[in-house]
Design a protein around this ligand. Structure first.
Ligand SMILES: [Zn+2]
Length: 101
């Protein structure tokens, strides 16, 4: 099967991000859930995939300030805690969306 591709990806509000996929599925992501799932090297240990990020250090009211397309590859987000290094690939976001009802 082809990799999931977005039809539309929008910052819905500072609290949530919304992606409409080409297969018609729509996923909404809470700002903090995305922050906790950040796949960058300072949040997830490379190689082992072990979580380094301590969720208690992420404010409950962390906001999404913006997002940027990373080529055709995925998205990076900027959060109000200053974090912005994570690149979420489309397949990662699709899988993540299935976990967040
Ligand atoms: Zn990170």
């Amino acid at each position: 099967m082809d990799q999931p591709q977005p039809r539309k990806a929008d910052l819905f509000s500072p609290f949530s991000y919304r992606i409409e996929w080409k297969d018609g599925v729509v996923h909404e992501y809470a700002a903090r859930d995305l922050r906790l799932a950040c796949p960058c090297a300072s949040c997830i240990e490379e190689g082992t995939g072990r979580a380094i990020l301590d969720p208690s250090t992420v404010p409950q009211n962390v906001l999404l300030l913006g997002s940027e397309l990373v080529g055709r590859y995925g998205l990076s987000f900027m959060w109000s805690d200053g974090h912005k290094t994570g690149i979420f690939t489309w397949p990662t976001l699709y899988e993540l969306g299935k976990l967040v009802p």
